[in-house]
Design a protein around this ligand. Structure first.
Ligand SMILES: Cc1ncc(COP(=O)(O)O)c(C=O)c1O
Length: 406
């Protein structure tokens, strides 16, 4: 049995995992084409329009509105749905802060509903408990590329007349019963930030089948219409790269799925962690591959288990913490004077610090292990991940003793 690296042994992996994302000749020529056109702005050029057309077609929807990032995609979506002062929008605590901060940016109040442990997406039963006559919308997030329980969430939304905006920032190309994530809610939003499954460095897009919502989002994005207006336009560069990245998306997602299948098989029976399964009606895209760690079985806090695995050369970064406990929400001081939480027109009262969302808190605090399975990583890299985990399992007593002493 080899010695864990934490105890002075040789790590499983000494070279870093391959860099992600990697761009190719196609993206390079797209950028050059834009430069050579001397038109870098979408008001004048054709690249953004072409990208929007391609993305809408890929998702099977009528309209796509490209913007500067995923946060503004959520913002234009909320604005188009006429969310505003005194409205509530239900969001999960287990997400990136942007899902909730976009709600505040539109002067509405985020209401947190816990997630369910199967997909780690909004729990329809928890959502229903949070609905009031102020609830205007909900934002299910397909976290880590594992689609949410959309059947139940859409049914709850329909029953209560609530708008669904899907945050698909982790779910480019994922399926739910033959429909792409993003094509089920009234609007779907995506981020193209550096690490995302479809990476353009920065960028975002909002999609819809509704002509009126699309028109409002376009106005909001680019100084049009009579509502509040901004410049949230995507650059021609990003759109030109976007067309090329979209062509590669399915192939890249196939690699993620093959890597995930390898890990699923390898972790079957692993003593301290279980793979998160996809809901059976879904095809996932594994923005992160998720294992659910069992601290009691390992008799080792997750942070120390992670330290031991990372010493073997396998990164397990923790990115998410419960959003309702972020300072901006706990202190309810987004823009000063308590706006929008204490706006006189708002009839509700929130006290985020006192809320309890046990599944989200456990997921972030002690259960989830999240790892990257994107290309160009393949079977060799996945095998190293498995070897690192196995090595720690084989040496768990020594690791426990070592960490107990240090
Ligand atoms: C779930 C989720 N929603 C929204 C966003 C915001 O996207 P962006 O960083 O492009 O503004 C992110 C980004 O990382 C995200 O993970």
């Amino acid at each position: 049995m080899s010695t864990p690296a934490l105890l002075g042994g040789k790590p499983v992996r000494e070279k870093p995992f391959p860099a992600y994302p990697q761009y190719g000749e196609e993206e390079r020529s797209a950028v050059l084409r834009v430069i050579e056109s001397n038109v870098l702005c979408s008001e004048v050029g054709k690249e953004v329009a072409a990208f929007e057309h391609a993305f809408a077609e890929y998702l099977g929807v009528k309209h796509a509105v490209a913007v500067v990032n995923g946060t503004t995609a959520l913002h234009v979506a909320l604005a188009a749905c006429l969310v505003g002062v005194a409205d509530e929008v239900i969001v999960p605590p287990y997400t990136f802060i942007a899902t909730a901060s976009a709600v505040v940016n539109q002067s509405a109040v985020p209401i947190f509903a816990d997630i369910e442990p199967k997909s780690l997406g909004l729990d329809p039963l928890e959502v229903e408990k949070k609905i009031t006559d102020r609830t205007k919308a909900m934002i299910p997030v397909h976290m880590n590329g594992y689609p949410c329980d959309m059947d139940s969430l859409l049914a709850v939304a329909e029953k209560h007349g609530i708008t669904v905006i899907e945050d698909c920032s982790h779910a480019h190309g994922a399926w739910h019963r033959g429909r792409r994530c993003g094509a089920m809610g009234r609007i779907g939003t995506f981020s193209f930030q550096h690490k995302k499954n479809m990476s353009l460095g920065e960028g975002g897009i909002a999609v819809t089948d509704d002509d009126e919502l699309a028109e409002r989002m376009r106005g909001f994005r680019s100084f049009g219409g009579t509502e509040m207006v901004y410049n949230y336009r995507m650059s021609e560069f990003h759109a030109a790269i976007g067309v090329e990245r979209l062509k590669k998306l399915d192939t890249m997602n196939d690699v993620r799925r093959a890597n995930a299948a390898f890990l699923d098989k390898s972790f079957d029976g692993y003593p301290f962690a279980q793979a998160l399964s996809l809901r059976p009606e879904c095809v996932g895209v594994y923005y992160n591959y998720v294992l659910r760690y069992d601290e009691e079985a390992a008799r080792l806090p997750r942070s120390e288990f992670i330290r031991a695995v990372e010493a073997e050369g396998v990164p397990l970064p923790l990115v998410y913490s419960p959003v309702h406990l972020k300072q901006v929400f706990v202190r309810q001081n987004a823009y000063g004077h308590g706006h929008p939480f204490s706006h006189p027109a708002y009839g509700g009262k929130v006290s985020y610090a006192d809320e309890s969302h046990p599944v989200s808190e456990a997921t972030c605090g002690r259960v989830n292990l999240e790892m990257k399975v994107h290309p160009p990583s393949g079977e060799a890299e996945m095998a190293d991940i498995v070897r690192a985990f196995e090595k720690i399992a084989d040496n768990i007593d020594a690791v426990r003793n070592h960490l107990g002493r240090s």
